[in-house]
Design a binder for this molecule. Structure first.
Ligand code: HEC
Ligand code: HEC
Ligand code: HEC
Length: 439
């Protein structure tokens, strides 16, 4: 009896494995002769260049100091270390032997030319939304790049996440394959914004929370996440009391400084990538987001913002200093280390002196962005001369940072210091990063 059971289980097991292998199998696509760069119309190549820039392909496919698009960028993911690949048309180490069909399959289904499944660190779950015409243009552009010889580097992923075939199951669960379908009930601008956001510029890859298997939680779009030690804030609900207006969002996405600061951390390269798009596209992206961004605070924005600014300008009264010496030291440190750049004295806000009372980093439920900013500073856009913030990593102790944070949280937000703040500073000082922090 027992042996029959065992045999039954074995047969079922083998059938299951074979069945899964058949389900996960994808055919290899025949290699082609690398097309000559002049095989593509110059307008198509120019269009592809804009798309490649805006899609931020180079940012993920370039290793520090190496040729652009030649791969080798190191990703520190929750599942281990992954490297990006060479997408220059080098026939041996790049995609020189990929046909346009093979390239389109990679973009839409996350399958390489040899039939192996690609990991979703490559945001094919967004690129699947691209139109055929845009994929064609991207292919044309990549095929006209100078070929660079750079072999794929071995990954170091945890078992069983290193098994590519298992991605077939992931895709069955989470990949909504197919080009973007416009919503006829919405304006042309809104649909253009939705197309760019959901597809090419893949905003949700960072701003939408992920589940334990690393898939975006589609039920909570743009509700904020945690990527590479940064918290891409919720874009559906503003953490800062200042509600986004369309104009402000456009200024922010164009790399400018708004009343609540400018893009920092991993948002920096996104802004550089978006620079390739015309103003009309940035307006469209803003139109799409404004649609579902709600204010945190239901009171009329002006009143809240004015009250906050007024409170921010005032010092701490003497009686409080005596009662709360810690808060006193926090203010002292703030005035000396930060105030020269950040204090607006309660008057109208100066964009280059961002008003910390409105900073998302200070209002967010998690302290990550605040800590990153204080530890590593904020570079000026494109390293051009302009206002920047120096790193305080070596100038301030963990305790100093906690005291400043405590003071700012209480006076600007009206909340106590974040819980486990000291631990968070310690962890973040040494966390390995996929992207250099100071840009
Ligand atoms: C967020 C990072 C990221 C972005 C942005 C990104 N890629 Fe990738 N891409 C990857 C990673 C990582 C891999 C390797 C995945 C793997 O090994 O399974 C990859 C793989 C690929 C592959 C398969 C190559 C091969 O040899 O198997 C192609 C083609 C590709 N990307 C094209 C693009 C294009 C075109 C863009 C821009 C429109 C782009 N990628 C943007 C991370 C990215
Ligand atoms: C030399 C000037 C300078 C000093 C000193 C300085 N900052 Fe900054 N800070 C900046 C600039 C410039 C930015 C980026 C532009 C912006 O956000 O307006 C910035 C941005 C920030 C932000 C992000 C605002 C946002 O949401 O975009 C925070 C938080 C911050 N600083 C906190 C501090 C703290 C805390 C200190 C003291 C430990 C400090 N800064 C010291 C110049 C400075
Ligand atoms: C590579 C990850 C990444 C991608 C992709 C990304 N973001 Fe961000 N974003 C961040 C991070 C991290 C922050 C927090 C730092 C900051 O405020 O600049 C941020 C901040 C923002 C903010 C400021 C929010 C606030 O309340 O202060 C806006 C608005 C924003 N992103 C919009 C977008 C849009 C639109 C896209 C797509 C075009 C996008 N992001 C794509 C990582 C990303």
């Amino acid at each position: 009896m027992f042996r029959r059971w065992l045999l039954g289980f074995l047969v079922l097991g083998v059938a299951g494995v074979l069945g899964f292998m058949a389900f996960a199998w994808r055919p290899a696509m025949a290699p082609i002769e690398t097309p000559a760069p002049n095989a593509f119309a110059p307008e198509l190549v120019a269009k592809g260049k804009v798309l490649a820039e805006a899609g931020n392909c180079a940012s993920c496919h370039t290793a520090e100091g190496q040729p652009r698009f030649a791969g080798g960028h190191v990703f520190h993911t929750p599942f281990g270390i992954l490297h990006s690949t060479n997408i220059t048309p080098d026939p041996e180490t790049g995609i020189g032997r990929w046909s346009e069909t093979a390239f389109a399959r990679a973009m839409r289904e996350g399958v390489a030319r040899d039939g192996s499944h690609l990991f979703p660190a490559f945001p094919f779950d967004h690129f699947t939304k691209l139109t055929d015409a845009d994929i064609k243009a991207l292919y044309a552009y990549l095929m006209t790049l100078a070929p660079a010889s750079a072999r794929r580097m071995p990954n170091d992923l945890l078992f069983p996440f290193d098994i590519r075939a298992l991605q077939a199951a992931w895709k069955a669960l989470y990949l909504d394959q197919g080009a973007f379908r416009p919503n006829p009930a919405r304006s042309e601008e809104w649909n253009r914004g939705a197309y760019l956001v959901e597809g090419l510029t893949h905003c949700g890859a960072c701003h939408t929370p992920r589940n334990v298997l690393g898939a975006e939680q589609t039920g909570h779009p743009y509700a904020g996440s945690l990527v590479d030690g940064w918290v891409p804030p919720a874009l559906d609900l503003s953490a800062s009391p200042a509600r986004w207006t369309k104009e402000e969002l456009v200024t922010f996405l164009r790399g400018g400084t708004t009343v609540r600061g400018r893009a920092v951390g991993s948002m920096g390269p996104v802004i550089k990538a978006l620079a390739a798009l015309p103003d009309s596209d940035i307006q469209a992206i803003a139109a799409y987001f404004i649609d579902f961004n709600r204010p945190l605070n239901p009171t009329p924005e002006d009143a809240t913002v004015k009250a906050l600014r007024a409170a921010a300008g005032k010092g701490v009264p003497m009686t409080v200093w005596k009662r709360e010496p810690r808060r006193f030291r926090g203010e002292q440190l703030y005035v000396t280390a930060c105030g020269s750049c950040h204090d607006n004295g309660g008057s109208t806000p100066v964009a280059t002196r961002s008003e910390l009372a409105l900073s998302t980093a200070l209002w967010q439920r998690s302290p990550h962005n605040f800590i990153n900013i204080v530890l590593d500073g904020v570079g000026s856009p494109d390293d051009a001369p302009g206002p920047m913030m120096p790193p305080f990593r070596n100038a301030l102790s963990d305790r100093d940072i906690a005291e400043i944070a405590d003071y700012l949280r209480r006076t600007r937000v009206g909340e106590p210091l974040w819980p486990f703040f000291g631990q968070a500073v310690q962890t973040m000082r040494s966390q390995p990063r996929s992207w250099p922090v100071l840009r």
